[in-house]
Design a protein. Structure first.
Length: 310
């Protein structure tokens, strides 16, 4: 029998635990026919509700259900990494338990890997139905921007819902960086990937844990993790403003020497100082982002801490 590890990151999802399990079990007959057994690994990312209790109830009924309970909320990236580390399957799949990642796609995804020889099968949304327009707009701009700045391709609308071979998983685990951006890591390791498209599905119960601010910070993490273009931009801006300042000095000297014009008044001076100061702070902010990532990496803190494991 082959083994399929199903990784399910959870944060305050007590309402969806049972529903997700029931939907997943609808694919059980298909995998039994292909001699594939399940291992369901719920990673509880420091939930404040009864998510862990709901998973334990499932474990009492089905020994294939396992639980990794974090000591606090470390973030979804940490939950994904923990699930991959603990997985034992020949194949590994990650999906959210809010049912926005439909388990019904698993048989088709499995077919692409076994029959067509792909190393992973990833999913992407072709629509953003039910999502706030402002969030959709900025999401599209982010994917457009990062693909121009980074050599690693990050597909627009890509989900974390992905079925992988053991070789693919081992390649991801070899990247032990603290600041993780899985969408970029998946693309960076390479291998043959099949993209499976589907229309966006709204969550059945509960509310999304991703606020606009969290998504914005996540986007910055992605850009700084897979591109050094912002550093180049900061350098170019510095050079341009040096030339601009030199040109303005020459113009001022010439006007004074030839025409006897007085130097410009304080309003223009204030505007110039404000502009240059703003650019300097912007460039320092870019440097600060990269420096903070380096600081977190060199401390070598664990990516997650497990409080309980069943």
């Amino acid at each position: 029998m082959k083994l399929l590890t199903i990784i399910v990151p959870c944060y305050n999802e007590e309402e969806n635990i049972a529903d997700f399990y029931n939907e997943l079990m609808k694919t059980e007959s298909f995998f039994k026919q292909h001699e594939v057994d399940f291992e369901i690994l719920y990673v509880n990312d420091g939930s404040k509700d009864h998510t862990a209790c709901e998973v334990k109830k499932l474990h009492e009924k089905d020994e294939r259900v396992h639980l990794i309970n974090f000591s606090r909320n470390f973030g979804k990236e940490s939950a994904i990494y923990a699930g991959l580390q603990k997985s034992k399957g020949d194949y590994v799949v990650m999906l959210d338990c809010d049912l926005q990642d439909p388990p019904a796609l698993l048989p088709e995804m499995y077919g692409y890997i076994v029959n067509d020889g792909f190393d992973s099968v990833a999913t992407r949304r072709v629509t953003r139905k039910g999502e706030p327009p402002i969030r959709s707009f900025f999401a599209r701009r982010f994917y457009s921007l990062i693909n121009k700045m980074s050599k690693t391709e990050i597909v627009d609308g890509a989900r974390d819902y992905r079925l992988m071979t053991r070789q693919f998983v081992n390649a991801i685990l070899s990247m032990e960086e603290y600041n993780r951006f899985s969408k970029g890591i998946f693309g960076w390791v390479g291998f043959e990937t099949k993209w499976l498209e589907y229309e966006n599905i709204e969550r059945k119960k509960g509310e999304t844990k991703w606020s606009f601010w969290k998504l914005f910070i996540y986007a910055i993490d992605g850009i700084t993790a897979f591109s050094t273009v912002p550093l180049a931009v900061a350098s170019i801006l510095g050079v341009l403003f040096c030339f601009l300042a030199a040109a303005l000095i020459i113009v001022t000297i010439v006007r004074k020497a030839v025409y006897g014009d007085p130097t410009s008044g304080w309003p223009s001076l204030v505007c110039i100082i404000s502009l240059v100061s703003g650019v300097q702070l912007f460039c320092l902010g870019i440097l600060g982002q990269y420096l903070s990532k380096t600081y977190l990496e060199v401390k070598k803190r664990p990516i997650y801490i497990v409080k309980e494991e069943i």
